[in-house]
Design a protein around this ligand. Sequence first.
Ligand code: FAD
Ligand code: SF4
Length: 354
Amino acid sequence: MSSKTVVVIGGGPGGLRAAHGVVEIGEKVVLIEQRGFLGGNPVAESYAGLTPHGEPAQPQIRQMIDLVISHPGADVRLGTEVTRMVGEPGAFTLSLRSDGLAQTVECGAVIIATGFGHFDPGRSTQMYGYYEFADVITQPDLEVMLSEHRLLRPSNGQPPERICFVQCVGSRDRQIGNEYCSKVCCGVASKEAIEIRRLLPGSKVFIFYIDMRMYGYWENEIYWPAQEQHHVQFVKGLITEVLPKGDRLLVRGEDTTMGRPMELLMDLVVLSVGMEPSSGTRQVAKLFGVRQNKYGFVDAPGAPLDPVSTDREGIFACGAALGPADLEDTVSSAAGAAVKAVGYLRSRSAAALS
Ligand SMILES: Cc1cc2nc3c(=O)[nH]c(=O)nc-3n(C[C@H](O)[C@H](O)[C@H](O)COP(=O)(O)OP(=O)(O)OC[C@H]3O[C@@H](n4cnc5c(N)ncnc54)[C@H](O)[C@@H]3O)c2cc1C
Ligand code: SF4
């Protein structure tokens, strides 16, 4: 028998918005999250300020969580994973595993919101020395430090005076097979650079980029203020190597505007690592038999006009499970997926009654 419940898999910003969308329209939702807490990467990785205005991330995501957990139509299952799906569109049965316990849930439609993981900077770009030098960190590592309002060099506990960002680590790189742009790391680097300059006004901050990619509000609210008000130095250049020199790091590369080699000493190097499909996105896509694109993100064959329907009837997707996405993209696609999933269930019930 067909069910009017929607299952949302993944309790990050996308899954939370999708779950809230379903209950707002008046249907029931079961939200399944593999971790023991909700909030996705912004909570798991302790993001500092959120764009565009830098408000602390945790209270903002908390509001999204509260909207879902306080709603009587929402059933939230933490520490839970889907292990099997049987049935047909409109009447799926999902097997769940939670703390060794097996359960099942009936649903009419599914929304995949299993998000992204970070490119591992040790995988093919050892020349940046992430696993060798303590003062080479990633954007998410920096978020944790900024959320604690303190930025110190991991090597010696001193505040860094010269900090640089290396853009496009693991993105736009044919050699490793990730030709796509991760979309948010230019904006996030600029945001983090502003936060550093506020925290350490005497510091010098450089961003080495191939080209800066900003869209929507990121251009006017983040990129230009970073340059004009916070004096972050944007250098068009390719970084080829990071090496130790004394107690600092020597950053080597080419200034592509001037067409000449460059070498600069830094105290802290931040790698702007790209987004990849999370392992959960890959697993869930396989389990449900939905098509993935060549990078492993869930494919939406009707995009751009229908960016949330997968190639399997009754199964939708949203947020970074579909590809690199900022929060605005994520919650927009999540709201869209909620409407599509509920619309799908209602059209089936109406057809059954007529
Ligand atoms: C360093 C950094 C800073 C950022 N700052 C900003 C910012 O300031 N502004 C902005 O707009 N965007 C920002 N972003 C982008 C933002 O993080 C994403 O847009 C957002 O997290 C995407 O949400 P999501 O729910 O799709 O995915 P995620 O946040 O990845 O959440 C996915 C959830 O699904 C769960 N999951 C995965 N697999 C399974 C499974 N098999 N079963 C059950 N659950 C599963 C995960 O545990 C996780 O909770 C930033 C990104 C980075 C890397
Ligand atoms: S957003 Fe910027 S840093 Fe990230 S992949 Fe695209 S161009 Fe590179």
